[in-house]
Design a protein. Structure first.
Length: 77
């Protein structure tokens, strides 16, 4: 069974963007929010919470993204 990066605890997310930059570095070899396969978005206007939109593409396990998050928002299942 494949292991998959899941945004399990997004209520902790502060929107720092470290996961987006790490994902971009993994996929494209550069630091870019727009080229990242992880995108952090506000859940809705006026709400303090964020959601992660992940484009899994070819690979599903990204321990680098899980490990870089200071709030421990991700897990690999």
């Amino acid at each position: 069974m494949p292991k998959i990066l899941k945004p399990a605890r997004m209520v902790r997310c502060t929107g720092c963007g470290l996961c987006e930059l790490t994902a971009s570095r993994i996929a494209k070899g550069k630091l870019s929010y727009s080229d990242s396969f992880v995108q952090i978005r506000k859940t809705s206007s006026g709400q303090p919470f964020f959601k992660a939109v992940i484009d899994y593409g070819q690979k599903t396990e990204f321990p680098e993204v899980r490990d870089i998050c200071p709030e421990d928002c991700y897990e690999i299942e």
